[in-house]
Design a protein around this ligand. Structure first.
Ligand SMILES: Nc1ncnc2c1ncn2[C@@H]1O[C@H](COP(=O)(O)OP(=O)(O)OP(=O)(O)O)[C@@H](O)[C@H]1O
Length: 280
């Protein structure tokens, strides 16, 4: 599997006095789930807005399947049908009068025939478990329902990459696990590449294949969950914490109950175990 989406040497500032991201490079492997970790203000959302062409970098470039993205109207429309973004706050994403209309919006914009739009909307509503909401006005939904509708509105375009900015924020624990399973199930079926940011560090070892850590607009670490969570000092330095399961292993390691290699393989084993439970 190759690189599907990459950013090279991106620099961007919202004003002249500082850069929200600076000389930032990152590459996303096709079919993998990448979690971007970073404290508040690290630049995660700014990076995401570049990956989808909403922001244009001052320096550097974004490439989709090796081609620099075009910021012309047609190029952006094409990019956004392939790289979908689900915003942190669903109210930034839902505009139409009804759930059905909202979900169909992206597919209609792609110029798909009405029958195909209808077929896709019905399928995605079924997959996401929101068919019962189809005629409801979007403003009358709960926060968790809105998140699902926003997700469905992107999935209907069958993007090759889906970017989720804080997908679990504002959800209760059951809502978090339902949304993450849904994401995995739907994306696995369609072989979608997933990029997400989250402050919910405990979901990361369960769902992510790769972790990238950002701090103050820079990329500071890249690795598998086992590699990253074996470096508690690195996480602390960048104002992050270990998942609870890794924290436990760290304590055991400090007390000489485990060596590092055993800890890493135990984290991998624990991840598999968690995935098995999650699938049940
Ligand atoms: N619309 C904006 N106007 C001005 N500055 C902004 C804007 N959006 C973000 N910033 C600034 O850019 C920097 C990066 O912010 P960004 O939202 O990308 O970080 P983040 O990692 O997504 O943070 P969080 O975890 O809090 O969502 C911060 O210093 C922030 O204050």
């Amino acid at each position: 599997m190759g690189i599907i989406l990459e950013a090279s040497h991106l620099t961007y500032g919202y004003d002249e006095s500082s850069h929200a991201i600076e000389d930032l490079s990152i590459a996303f492997e096709e079919g993998k789930t990448t979690a971007i970790l970073g404290a508040n203000g690290a630049g995660k959302s700014t990076l995401f807005l570049h990956l989808n062409g909403i922001l244009q970098p001052e320096q550097g470039e974004v490439r989709f399947r090796g081609q620099p993205i075009s910021y012309k109207k047609a190029g952006l429309r094409q990019l956004r049908s392939k790289v979908g973004i689900v915003f942190q706050n669903p109210d930034d994403q839902l505009f139409s009068a009804s759930v059905y209309q909202d979900i169909s919006f992206g597919a209609v914009n792609m110029g798909l025939p009405a029958e195909e739009v209808h077929r896709r909307v019905e399928t995605v509503m079924e997959q996401v478990g929101i068919t019962y909401l189809k005629d409801r006005p979007t403003h009358a939904l709960s926060f968790g329902q809105k998140k699902r509708v926003a997700f469905a509105g992107i999935m209907v375009m069958q993007p090759e990459v889906i970017i989720l900015d804080e997908p679990t924020a504002g959800l209760d624990p059951v809502g978090i696990s339902e949304l993450m399973h849904l994401l995995q199930d739907v994306c696995r079926q369609q072989h979608t590449t997933i990029i997400l940011s989250t402050h919910d560090i405990d979901v990361v070892p369960i769902y992510a294949d790769v972790i990238d850590v950002m701090d103050k607009g820079h990329m500071v670490a890249h690795g598998t969950p086992a590699e990253i969570f074996a470096q508690p000092e690195l996480l602390r330095e960048h104002h992050l914490r270990l998942p609870r399961i890794s924290h436990l292993l760290e304590i055991l390691h400090k007390e000489d109950h485990w060596d590092v290699d055993a800890s890493i393989s135990t984290i991998s084993g624990a991840r598999k175990e968690l995935l098995r439970h999650a699938a049940e």
